[in-house]
Design a protein around this ligand. Structure first.
Ligand code: GPV
Length: 831
């Protein structure tokens, strides 16, 4: 136990902050104090950033008393908790959420305005922490919000990347990435604790030795180590007085390490070492669902997981805690395979450091972890080549081998005549190189394995992890994803929130099933009118943002057809693009009268992984098509493509509430769940979508009449692929599709240059891994149904209201209840 970390006092006096006055005057006093003493400026000379930082710290102080109280009670109660281990937490801006949770919105707004300061201006000064790529990272953020709101003790453990997901810019329509220097102006939401830093070691060698008790043991002598410095963030529950903790780790060089090299006289080497250490948490890997198997990434994973386990065992648990009881005290939830190295790490702690025998250690370890899988793409399942893993973590590799040996022995007893099956299930893959399959390790060691939507969990059982689901039938379960209604309805859509609260009270914010109470109002024309008015106002709001943020002009009197998500072939942005190009081509060739076309704004938001060249080309093509269409007078302004750069949580919060149509058009069987789909539904957009991921459940709940389903089903996809899929056949038999592809190939969107987008066209014609051409006609037909439906405004609005009323299931509070019931068994405690 490091002596610096906890100074114990006998009495716990009331924290000073308890006396903080929750009045406008009280706030103004605190704010000015922060400005003067925290920022060192007076109001007349304060920059917007000064004001923002002072205000954020003031708000933070109001939450502080609750945080301290939560921590104190947690220490006392030692209730069963969740440790959510995730390499990504895509938090989004903190200010509004903190104001909402603490119930300070009005006081702060009034207080600031009495000083002549506009809260909205300060809001804009906050740079969002983009410490995640997409759905997986945002899900982690929604989950910790829900757990805090539901009074469930939880610590989030992750990485404090110095640079988050890259800033996307467009240069001539092509994506150019800029580093995300989110900490440049300081972050008022974090609490660094350098005194609580822990050492994390790598490399070196392992040897056999005889311990004092005479037992032969293994000893790891690491080659190098770094310090992990914790930065704590508040995770406030909604108006319940609870504040949980998110602990993100930052890497620093160890002093001992520096000094040793420095003393040997090699100053350059000492500096190199420091840079090397700090590199570990320098930048978020921008790959979404496609891990690159890079050594630095494994370093990141082990770094945060080792620091978190050590922190939990040494600091969160009381002195002298008997680790045999660990499974009654904690669930380590593994957010995909990124933190799975925690399993051998806990074994190492128990066996090597605590001197336990293997079986005892395994008996505890195999009760502490549960694993969530977030994908079905085979290339997204992480594997670590044993030479890399063995170099970086030699002792862990040994432990993994031993876990695997025991597991294979067990399998051979069950399947004595099925060696093929045993080899298939080995944690160690043999081809193309010997490598550790992290998903298998997690499945063997975890108490539970869950998928993130019903269809996904079913496909995990039937396909990806089929052997395992036969061997461990009770391990597999489903928890359908959810999103937090605080951020994505209450804060993002104040208009709709007000209307809902007026109709059914404000209980829906923490009990989203109450939205059902809106159902009868779908038939109330006055309610529909107001609902529509809010949608229109939201369109005006985003139109304003797009002009100022991106210089993009959109017409709020059009249908807003929105597709926002990472750029991935399986998500099929190209399918939507082909629809747009086809409409354009038909108008230009005179086949379609522009007056017959429903005015639409096609909005895209998407980042491509920097190394994913085809995805970057698709971005180039969307922008090129947009440029051509937006400038063509023949379309009379009826079709517009709006592709704001750098889609992020902040933009999502204004874009989603403005949408009429939500595009969820992945190839069936490829999108594990989706969570954007839920956000749109909750904000009153109708979905055009395939039978994939959580779309299946959305459609079942909102009803077929209020959802535009199209496309192949997963079994149909499997069949077609088994029979042999030939995309060119669709090209040859479908004239509209052919004309659209030919137009792209002709250079019409690339100033006559036929080479620029050739790779996209030829990929679609000859490979089309995700069957965009096979689904093209079905998609176009579904879009025609959308147009017809939209023409009847009342009918459309009625469906939109029903979508909201029936989507309460998609609250992340419900997801958390399911995790608690099916996996964690962690009852809520008093705040
Ligand atoms: I694996 N997901 C992600 O954002 N990043 C990843 O590395 C992996 C999965 C996503 C899935 O693609 C979505 O379908 C899902 O809704 C989301 O994780 C949350 O479960």
């Amino acid at each position: 136990r490091s002596p610096a970390t906890v100074a114990r006092v006998t009495e716990n006096p009331t924290p000073i902050a308890a006396t903080r006055e929750r009045t406008v005057d009280g706030f103004v006093r605190e704010f000015l104090r922060e400005l003067n003493f925290g920022q060192g400026v007076d109001l007349s000379r304060a920059s917007v950033n000064d004001q923002y930082l002072a205000m954020a710290r003031t708000v933070r102080h109001y939450l502080m008393v609750r945080w301290l109280e939560t921590l104190r009670r947690q220490g006392e109660l030692q209730a069963k908790s969740v440790a959510y281990l995730s390499a990504e937490f895509l938090l989004g801006r903190q200010l509004d959420n903190a104001l909402l949770a603490s119930g300070l919105e009005e006081i702060v707004e009034e207080g600031l305005s009495s000083l002549g300061i506009d809260l909205a201006t300060l809001r804009e000064a906050e740079v969002e922490p983009g410490l995640g790529n997409g759905g997986l990272g945002r899900l982690a953020a929604c989950f910790i919000d829900s757990l805090a709101t539901m009074n469930v003790p939880c610590i989030g453990y992750g990485i404090r990347y110095e640079y988050g997901i890259f800033q996307q810019t467009f240069v001539d329509g092509w994506q150019v990435e800029k580093p995300d220097d989110w900490l440049a102006l300081g972050s008022p939401w974090e609490f660094p604790h350098p005194e609580a830093a822990v050492r994390v070691s790598f490399g070196g060698t392992v040897e056999q030795y005889q311990a004092d008790d005479g037992v032969i043991r293994r000893r790891w002598t690491p080659g190098w180590s770094v310090l992990a410095v914790p930065y704590n963030y508040m995770v406030p529950g909604f108006e319940n007085g609870r504040v949980n903790t998110l602990r993100l780790w930052s890497a620093e060089a160890t002093h001992a390490f520096d000094l040793g090299i420095f003393n040997s006289g090699d100053y350059a080497e000492a500096v190199r070492a420091q840079t090397f250490a700090e590199n570990i948490t320098k930048v978020l890997y921008p790959e979404d669902s496609t891990p690159q198997g890079k050594e630095l990434r494994l370093q990141q994973q082990y770094f945060f997981v080792a620091a978190s386990l050590k922190n939990f065992i040494d600091e969160v648990l009381p002195d002298g805690y008997d680790l045999h009881n660990l499974p009654d005290r904690i669930n380590f939830q593994l957010n995909d395979t990124h933190p799975v190295i925690a399993i051998p790490e806990l074994m190492r702690i128990l066996v090597d450091e605590k001197g336990w025998d293997w079986d005892d250690a395994w008996s505890v370890t195999s009760k502490c972890f549960a694993y969530t899988c977030h994908t079905l793409l085979p290339e997204a399942l992480e594997v670590w080549p044993v030479d890399l893993l063995g170099r970086l973590l030699p002792r862990h590799l040994e432990i993994i081998y031993r876990i695997n040996d025991a597991f294979l022995a067990e399998l051979r007893e069950t399947y004595p005549d099925d060696e093929l099956r045993v080899r298939r299930m080995s944690i160690i893959a043999e081809y193309p190189v010997r490598a550790v399959r992290m998903a298998y390790l997690a499945t063997v060691a975890g108490t539970k394995v869950n998928g993130v939507a019903e269809l996904h969990s079913q496909l995990l059982r039937d396909k990806v992890l089929n052997d395992f689901s036969e061997y461990y039938p009770d391990k597999f379960t489903n928890v359908t994803n959810g999103v937090t209604p605080r951020r994505f309805v209450r804060l993002a859509n104040p208009g709709l929130s007000g209307l809902i609260t007026e109709a059914i009270g404000d209980g829906w914010i923490t009990d989203l099933d109450r939205l059902q109470g809106l159902e009868p109002l779908a038939d109330d024309s006055e309610f529909r009118r107001r609902f529509r008015e809010i949608k229109t106002a939201n369109k005006h709001r985003i139109a304003d943002v797009l002009v100022h943020r991106d210089g993009i002009v959109v017409n709020p009197d059009t249908m807003f057809d929105v597709m926002v998500k990472r750029l991935h072939e399986y998500k099929r942005q190209t399918l939507k693009l082909l629809h747009i190009v086809s409409l354009y081509e038909q108008v230009k060739s005179g086949k379609l009268d522009i007056a017959q076309v429903t005015p639409r704004t096609f909005a895209f938001g998407a980042k491509a992984a920097p190394g994913y060249l085809l995805a970057k080309q698709i971005i180039g093509l969307i922008n090129a098509v947009g440029r051509t269409i937006n400038d063509d007078p023949a379309l009379e302004g009826r079709l517009t493509v709006a592709f704001p750069a750098n889609y992020n949580v902040t933009l999502a919060e204004t874009l989603i509430p403005a949408a009429d149509l939500s595009e969820q058009i992945s190839l069936a069987g490829k999108e594990a769940s989706g969570t954007g789909n839920m956000k749109f539904t909750l904000n009153g957009a109708l979905t055009i979508g395939t039978d994939d991921g959580a779309n299946v459940e959305i459609r079942r709940l909102v009803g077929d009449d209020h959802f535009f389903l199209f496309g192949l089903t997963e079994p149909e996809v499997s069949d077609l692929v088994d029979r042999g899929y030939h995309p060119s056949a669709y090209y040859e038999t479908n004239a509209d599709l052919r004309h659209a592809l030919d137009l792209i190939a002709s250079g019409a969107f690339s100033r006559g240059d036929r080479t620029v987008f050739e790779p996209i066209v030829s990929n679609l014609l000859h490979e089309d891994r995700f069957l965009a051409l096979a689904d093209f006609q079905a998609y176009v037909d579904a879009q025609a149904r959308v147009d017809t439906f939209y023409a009847d405004t009342d009918q459309w609005t009625r469906s939109a209201v029903l979508n909201v009323a029936r989507a309460g299931f998609f609250s992340s509070d419900r997801s958390m209840r399911d995790y608690i019931e099916r996996i964690w068994h962690t009852p809520p405690v008093l705040p």
